[in-house]
Ligand binder design. Structure first.
Ligand code: PLP
Length: 383
């Protein structure tokens, strides 16, 4: 959090997205206790919509030792924000700017022989993590290519071209610990490590688990866990009390009284059954409130749940205030940790037929975001 962020936040009159970094700190400490290895703080997608630099700094001060992102661009942004900790970037095209990555001390994942060859051509001294596909058929080298990739990487290492510092995999079904796909992934990862050792590689960092596997399956731990969602209070395994960090509030732009039978919003998908008061919120789907939540979502007004009515539109949403004597300018809580009865990110995900990750990453785009170091008394999210 910078002084500038604090100064500007006080002048913001519109919607406010507040990030409680004390929650990120507490979550990081929990993960550091739960794994014997290192914690890599995954701050891709702008720290899951919470602000990459703020989340990174907080995590590093509370038990994380490394950072992880997808693209080299995301890693460079962290460097530009003054973060000097080790950082790994794992998703780049073959002709990515490897030279700049190495110059800025950014470690990169190698998911294919083409990537390896391009890195060797472009740089000397890259620190790489070989990425094995452990069962998602998405990113990482397939088992049939793995031995060749390891051999070529070892050769490059012996020639002093690069250093293999890690091997990584990723579990596709960790959210359901009972799924046999987890055992397959663990076995494949162990096989991949053995194959790497067999050609003389000695990767110091061996990492397979993300949030869910770290919480539910110690067999996946190895030397490091890559934690993203968990840092910001999302636990897909529903096993652990983490602290949600985001609160979104907005002032009512206006309040009007309408008669029974009044159609509201695009397509008049909702018609007032009785005379009522409607409040206008200056937040819509361009700010990350999913349109699909129209007709389901609620907000907190003066301590009570009130429904959003009609369609959520690009820039605004309408709340049915009933006969509550609310006036324009009053603040409405759209989501938060839930301690005061406000909807949670999990509820918004349910209303939107999606997962919490998509809600939090969607909120960061246009909203003004303010980081604070602890707003209220610590609140555990309800399980
Ligand atoms: C996003 C991501 C993570 C973090 O996963 P969470 O479940 O959010 O902790 C870890 N590893 C890879 C490869 C990822 O893409």
């Amino acid at each position: 959090m910078t002084a500038l962020a604090l100064a500007t936040s006080n002048t913001v009159a519109g919607p406010r997205l507040t990030v409680d970094l004390a929650s990120v700190a507490a979550n990081t400490r929990l993960f550091a206790r739960r794994t014997p290895g290192e914690v890599m703080a995954v701050v891709k997608a702008d720290g899951f919509g919470h602000g990459a630099a703020d989340v990174a700094r907080t995590a590093l001060a509370n038990g994380a030792s490394r950072l992880g992102v997808t693209s080299i661009d995301e890693a460079l942004a962290l460097r530009a924000d003054g973060l000097a900790a080790p950082v790994l970037s794992w998703l780049n095209v073959v002709d990515a700017d490897w030279a700049t990555a190495v110059a800025r001390d950014i470690e990169v994942a190698v998911p294919s022989r083409d990537h390896l060859d391009a890195i060797v051509r472009a740089t000397t001294g890259a620190r790489v993590h070989l990425h094995l596909d452990t069962g998602m058929a998405r990113d990482g080298a397939s088992p049939t290519e793995w031995a060749d990739l390891c051999r070529a990487a070892r050769l490059a290492e012996r020639q002093g071209r690069l250093q293999v510092v890690g091997v990584m995999g990723h579990l596709g079904c960790a959210d359901d610990p009972a799924d046999p796909c987890n055992a397959t992934g663990r076995t494949r990862f162990a096989w991949g490590l053995q194959a790497a050792r067999a050609v003389g590689l000695r990767p110091q960092h061996r990492h397979l688990a993300a949030t869910t596997a770290t919480l539910t399956d110690p067999r996946s731990h190895h030397t490091m866990s890559r934690i993203g969602a968990g840092l910001v209070g999302i636990d897909p395994s529903r096993t652990t009390a983490l602290r949600a960090a985001l609160t979104l509030t907005a002032p009512l732009v206006s309040v009007r009284t309408v008669r029974a039978g009044t159609g509201v919003g695009y397509g008049h998908t909702w018609t007032a059954p009785v005379a009522t008061r409607l409040g206008l919120l200056p937040v819509g789907y361009a700010d990350g409130l999913p349109r699909v939540a129209s007709g389901r979502a609620e907000v907190l007004v003066r301590g009570r749940r009130r429904p959003l009515v009609g369609r959520i539109s690009m820039d605004m949403a309408v709340v049915d205030l009933g006969d509550e004597p609310v006036t324009s300018g009053e603040t409405v809580t759209i989501l938060g940790p839930g301690a005061d009865g406000e909807p949670t990110v999990r509820e918004w995900a349910g209303w939107s037929d999606t997962l919490e990750h998509e809600i939090v990453t969607g909120l960061g785009a246009r909203l003004h975001r303010t980081a604070v170091a602890g707003t209220t008394a610590p609140t555990l999210r309800s399980l």
